[in-house]
Design a protein around this ligand. Structure first.
Ligand code: NAP
Length: 351
């Protein structure tokens, strides 16, 4: 199947006889969908097994979630995290200080959680109200309990100890980037020696995923809002990770056919014309939009997926992994801080 697309590519990339000003891109009818929901289910099953083993040794992994004020989206995320803890056999506790809580009061609350032995993970749901010093608060969380992987000590460990530290549970890495690496690993997609291009340089996605890809021996390019001619880089990517928060930013003509496309973007589109432009002829999307009044679009235009060797859909791709990785980090934190010896004893007795 062939598709005519503008704009122009260099002469070297035009098919012989093809007129200037157009290009022909080969569609890949076998583009592999990387199903984040299935991969997350595998990880959750493994986490539940580890939690059972720890609990049998008298250590039930526990997560404390701090949710300040009433941000609707944050409340939904936190409920989902608490529910997943219960499903996997972890205990959880929700602390809900009011909107007008001060930084000092929150620091005291975090100090209390740091001191409690049964609390393995501390998660401060972001964003915090503007008057709170977010950086100071994140740095107050004990690095051993920092299951979001945002503490400078864990950021530094990620940089200095390469991926085996994450496998061994000695590095608490940010959940979304760690989820991306799990997708790559569990789908047997090559990383070493590949050219990985990361769009976005945020502290929570772009920078850590670039570091993890580098640790896994990819050759990494990071692009951002000041990058000139971004498509020069995206077209060279064997692995393209898009994390910029711009719906459908990466178009078909910006990707290399056969590339692995990892779409981190979660953008809610509420305009019917835009939905029709992103998903022409997709009746399921149109029906969903009619029912809900919105639909989710990633940072990669759906038309680009048709050229990929493999890609993560939105929804049902990267987003599905984040909570699973949070659970994995919480159990890893419990094992590393208070359960390693006990865990080995119980696992050996079970074997
Ligand atoms: P962010 O903090 O807003 O960072 C966006 C990054 O994209 C910045 O580095 C920015 O560059 C870059 N950027 C923005 N516009 C650009 C453009 N036109 N061209 C090139 N680069 C551009 O975003 P984030 O927190 O990393 O999130 C990115 C997306 O991932 C969002 O859609 C978010 O909802 C989604 N997300 C999903 C998950 C999940 O799946 N669980 C988790 C986190 C985030 P500068 O640095 O130059 O400003």
């Amino acid at each position: 199947m062939k598709q005519q697309l503008a704009p122009e590519r260099p002469d070297s990339e035009r098919t012989s006889g093809q007129p200037r000003g157009t290009m022909v891109l080969k569609m890949n009818p076998t583009a592999r969908i990387l199903n984040g929901i299935e991969i997350a289910a595998q990880i959750k099953a493994e986490v539940a097994e580890e939690a059972r083993t720890l609990t049998a040794g008298g250590i039930t992994p526990g997560l404390a979630v701090v949710l300040v004020g009433h941000v609707a989206a944050s409340e939904i995320y936190v409920r989902s995290k608490v529910k997943t803890c219960a499903e996997l056999g972890l205990w959880s506790e929700m602390l809900t200080p009011p909107e007008n809580v001060t930084t000092e009061e929150l620091l005291e609350l975090v100090a209390g959680l740091n001191a409690r032995d049964e609390v393995d993970g501390i998660l401060i749901q972001l964003p915090l109200p503007a008057h709170v010093d977010t950086r100071r608060l994140l740095e107050a969380v004990s690095p051993e309990k920092d299951v979001d992987g945002f503490h400078p000590i864990n950021v530094g460990r990620l940089q200095s100890s390469a991926s085996h530290g994450i496998q061994a549970g000695t590095v608490l890495a940010p959940c979304t980037p760690a989820g991306i690496m799990e997708i790559m690993k569990r789908s047997d997609l090559p990383v070493a020696g590949q050219h990985a291009v990361v769009l976005g340089r945020s502290e929570i996605v772009g920078k850590p995923v670039a570091m993890m890809l580098l640790n896994a021996s990819a050759t990494v390019t990071v692009c951002h809002s000041k990058t000139v001619e971004i498509e020069r880089y995206t077209r060279e990517a064997d692995i393209l990770v898009a994390a910029i928060g711009r719906p459908g930013f990466v178009t078909a003509e910006m990707v290399k056919p056969g590339a692995t496309l990892i779409d981190v973007g979660i953008n809610r589109v509420t305009d019917a014309a835009e939905v029709a432009r992103f998903f022409p002829g997709d009746e399921a999307r149109a029906a969903q939009f009619a029912q809900r009044g919105s639909t989710l679009v990633g940072d990669i235009h759906p038309a680009a997926f048709a050229l990929a060797g493999a890609y993560t859909p939105v929804p049902g791709g990267v987003g599905a992994l984040t909570i699973a990785m949070l659970m994995k980090n919480t159990v890893a934190a419990a094992k590393a801080r208070r359960g390693a010896t006990k865990y080995r004893e119980v696992a050996a007795a079970k074997a």
